[in-house]
Write a protein that binds this ligand. Structure first.
Ligand SMILES: [Mn+2]
Length: 340
């Protein structure tokens, strides 16, 4: 049985746009010294989040274990297109294996260092691993340096003091979205550079760092907290998911509350499928200026996530932005070769 899922469609459009943009821009990154390989999709089950993460861990392990085309730079560097932000956890695990602890520059409107006890973990351990807690988990697993930094933060916090205290403990400083009005893009670039100076860097870009005006197709289906997920028979779940395309690129699909989804699954899933857009974000131009301003850093990996082309507008505003972000990440990597 063949299904065309949202994520497949999404990745196709993201790749197409990347290719077109690159031709238009005539950028040298793609034809420079580095060999760039499309590794295809990591096959992830959407029926079990824990298993999906294991599959993604394995995909990263295999790809990062391949030999680079250029023998002076042994380890290939990976850019991931996603998908639920939890996918960054697998990328950071594999980065740690190959490069040791890295600093993270995290573009997002949310902190994503929430203690699993605060988001999801109160329900089950399974639910505690999600797109709001993965940076907390990365810290707990010792994958990242305490010289990391967020950029573009503006979302409400859950515990007035606890969230920020925990964020600090996880090794992060914060550049708020509105800081740009005071210090400009140049000031933001300087802050990021100073923070990670002297260390290798992983750059994660959640598309919701952009204002919803520039990224309407931003979406996450929430993490499954339901061991009872198995109660839903597979065929019915497939029908629900494919029919509504409630899936994000990267095929890590997370559905919350399916256990309560009977008898009216469709409506409930729609109600639960809340995006995480936050107003007052950066423009696409500002984000690209900041990213390009990071030139010279040792970027060992990166991602652009939470992109959901199926929720984009007909002009593909979000996909265009995401493709250009991927292009900027690629350019940063080509500009600065890194030896493993
Ligand atoms: Mn995020």
């Amino acid at each position: 049985m063949e299904h065309i899922y949202g994520p497949v469609k999404g990745l196709v459009s993201l790749r197409l746009v990347t290719a077109v943009l690159t031709l238009n821009a005539g950028e040298i990154a793609l034809v420079d010294w580095a060999k760039i390989v499309d590794c295809g999709d990591a096959p992830l089950t959407f029926l079990d989040n824990t298993m999906a993460l294991k599959q993604l861990d394995k995909a990263h392990k295999i790809i990062s274990g391949r030999k680079s085309a250029n023998s002076s730079y042994g380890t290939p560097r990976i850019i991931t297109l996603g998908g639920d932000h939890t996918t960054t956890l697998s990328a950071l695990r594999s980065a740690y294996e190959r490069w040791g602890q890295v600093s993270v520059i995290h573009f997002d409107s949310h902190l994503d260092t929430w203690d699993p006890k605060v988001i999801g973990g109160g329900i089950s351990h399974y639910a505690g691993v999600n797109h709001g807690t993965f940076l907390h988990l990365a810290h707990e697993e010792g994958l990242i340096r305490n010289s990391s930094i967020h950029a573009g933060i503006r979302a409400p916090i859950i515990r007035p003091k606890g969230d920020l205290r925990n964020d600090l403990r996880c090794g992060f400083q914060i550049v708020k979205a509105r800081d740009i009005d005071r210090i400009g893009t140049h000031g933001v670039i300087e802050k990021l550079k100073q923070r990670v100076a002297g260390s290798r860097v992983y750059i994660s870009v959640d598309i919701d760092v952009l204002d919803p005006a520039f990224a309407p197709g931003e979406f996450t289906v929430w993490a499954s907290s339901t061991p009872q997920l198995a109660d839903l028979d597979e065929e019915r779940l497939l029908l629900l998911l494919s029919g509504n395309a409630l899936v994000t690129p990267g095929r890590a699909v997370w559905v919350m509350g399916l256990s309560q989804a009977r008898p009216n699954d469709l409506m409930l899933i729609k109600a639960l499928a809340t995006g995480t857009s936050e107003v007052g974000g950066w423009t696409t131009r500002e984000l690209l200026t900041i990213l390009d301003g990071l030139s010279g850093m040792e970027v060992i990996g990166g991602d652009i996530v939470e992109v959901a082309p199926i929720y984009d507008n007909p002009g593909e505003t979000t996909v265009l932005a995401a493709a250009e972000v991927a292009h900027s990440l690629l350019t940063l990597m080509v500009q600065k070769p890194v030896k493993a």
